[in-house]
Design a protein around this ligand. Sequence first.
Ligand code: KG4
Ligand code: ZN
Length: 370
Amino acid sequence: MTSQPQSPAPKFPDARILGIESSCDETAASVVENGRVILSNLVASQADLHAQFGGVFPEVASRQHIRTIYTIVEQALGQAHLSLTDVDAIAVTRGPGLPGSLVVGMNVAKGLALASGLPLVGVNHLEAHIYSAWLDWAHSQRGMDGSMIEGDPKPEPHFPLLTLIVSGGHTELVLMSDHLQYQSLGATLDDAAGEAFDKVARLIGLGYPGGPAIQQAAQNGDPHTFSFPRAWLEGTWNFSFSGLKTAVLREVQRLQLTTGESGLHRPLPVEDLAASFQAAAVDVLVGKTLQAAQAYNAAEILVAGGVSANKALRETILAQSPIPVHIPPLALCTDNAAMIAGAGYYRYALGQRDGLDMDILPNWPLAEVA
Ligand code: KG4
Ligand code: ZN
């Protein structure tokens, strides 16, 4: 007697998730199918609004979220050619983030869930950054005839996966044994990597946000001009960037006291300072990530969060890693809602449902995500 080969039951069901993100200074909404295919992805950045303050001004951020969020959600559904009845759940950032910002997205998500009867799924923002690497941008584009792009989909990351989260608020090495399973190996003891880029940018007279400004200035600079310290913190998987930041400050102070032959102050060598700082930060981020991947026998590496947009970081880790490295495309490195819908899909698929009494968690470590 012969039996037909049985195809294994799909582990994850088909579902479309509406994602909402408002944890810092980006108001964003997106619809994602099956955790990978982006049907729409809207981001309203407030960066210009905060540039005058040299950083995010929380009250201004909160008020601006209120002004834009409904339009952004409507546009996200509109661009996906869907209405609320066509999605399966609403995922929203629960934390970490600025309380006054988080609460705007949370209340809108609750209102929509209440009105539509759709399930509500609270998502950790750091987990969402990780899931931005699952999003398959190419297969999210439709051809002229409306069909999805042909060809092999982008490979999904494989476990055990060594993950480096580098954002404006967090720098952490995390080992993932499976979907939604995290073991925190170490984190920054002081400044986050993005915070260091932002602070150093301010020190050398570049604007906000500092990361892209440093990257641009560094392109024309010599990274060997200044030998800034690398905090390796041997024997731990922790990071520290405050010493590096202070070393740049001391160098700037020294240069400002130095005068040329004419007795006048020379302009700061901004490009060389930016390049030397960036090289020191990238060395440690890449070096420790590769060491951890080896120590934990990781199959692959994933880098995510705003600083993963950094060209030097991307090129260095791709060149030096002996195992595959996943980094989201540039548009998905900084805050967006596709990543919230992406992570929300896996949480929804594995049965997470949150009540309308869910509250924001402004300080919510990834290690405490259940
Ligand atoms: O993930 P993200 O958008 O927001 C947080 O969750 O914090 O990260 C923002 C951070 C900022 O510190 C910004 O300066 C940094 O990411 N960033 C970069 C680059 N683009 C953004 N840092 C270095 N190089 C870049 N190209
Ligand atoms: Zn973020």
